[in-house]
Design a protein around this ligand. Structure first.
Ligand code: MN
Length: 292
């Protein structure tokens, strides 16, 4: 396994660790972005307060271990997300959303946000939002796998996906040693979320993405004290994506057009449910796609 330490960043007032993209690893299947935040506790205020901002060419996946988030978007969809539930937004050709800690909350926050790059055939589709509360669970003695998105070990999430992939939460009980089947053709990466966990007899360090590559028929997991991890994977994407701000596209021109549309209040409608200013786009600095 190849280890990639996450880098620290901030999302408004929230400290996050960005595990994708990192230098040397831009994609795992179609997964192109992975932010880890928490665990944290708070009283008053809202640690998550991401004002309305646009997305393009991707899906956002929010998954909580603790606490709650409220999602509002320009389609008028609202989702109050709790641990073990999938918040899935397909941006397609354009959507605006906001994510906040709700006024009524537990005072705790712990979770991940991921992005999935949409393949060329699907990236101009109409935007949509899904909140899924029934997450398929694969159970074996000593462990379980929650299939957040895509397919894993014969189980498939109800969340809509557009290329072969999986996003899975793995929970291993203390003292257990288990195996789950993998797709030979998929590449995979794993990051520990809490507790302790060994993958292929290697102890996972916190805030580190471990790239497993492709060609594996199974994954071996063990935990001394109990542990939880996130596994992402998929067919190698095969398309060169260009990411800038909240957009996933193919050319610098597309990114510049999307930025101009946002700044001109076109294409990306307002989020009526959010009370406050929307985010301004940063200055656009076109860069060639990174291949490292
Ligand atoms: Mn967003």
């Amino acid at each position: 396994m190849e280890a990639f330490p996450a880098r620290k960043a901030v999302l408004g007032a929230l400290q996050i660790r960005r595990a994708l993209p990192v230098r040397g690893r831009r994609l795992v299947g179609p997964w192109c972005f992975l932010d880890r935040y928490g665990p944290l506790t708070f009283s008053g205020g809202k640690p998550m307060d991401v004002a309305p901002h646009p997305h393009l060419g991707l899906q956002t996946v929010s998954w909580l271990l603790d606490g709650e988030i409220v999602h509002n978007d320009s389609l008028g969809c609202e989702g109050l997300i709790r641990p073990g539930e999938l918040s899935l937004m397909t941006a397609g050709h354009g959507i605006t959303h906001a994510e906040e800690t709700p006024a009524s909350n537990s005072g705790r926050l712990n979770g991940v946000q991921l992005w999935v790059a949409l393949p060329d055939a699907a990236r101009h589709c109409a935007p949509s939002y899904e909140h899924r509360v029934n997450i398929p669970e694969v159970t074996v003695p000593g462990a379980r796998a929650s299939v957040i998105l895509g397919s894993f070990a014969g189980f498939t999430s109800a969340g809509t996906s557009f290329s072969p992939l999986c996003g899975v939460e793995l929970v291993v009980e203390h003292g257990a040693r288990v195996e789950f089947p993998l797709e030979n053709s998929f590449e995979y990466a794993v990051i520990i979320l809490d507790g302790t966990l060994e993958v292929e007899r290697q102890i996972l360090e916190p805030d580190t993405l471990y790239y497993l590559g492709a060609g594996r028929g199974e994954i071996g997991l063990a935990s001394k004290a109990g542990g939880r991890a996130l596994l992402v994977g998929g067919l190698p994407f095969g398309e060169t994506v260009l990411m800038w701000w909240n957009f996933v596209a193919r050319t610098a021109e597309e990114l510049a057009e999307a930025r101009l549309a946002w700044e001109s209040h076109e294409r990306f409608p307002a989020v009526k449910a959010y009370h406050g200013e929307r985010l301004a786009a940063p200055a656009f600095v076109p860069r060639p796609p990174r291949r490292d």
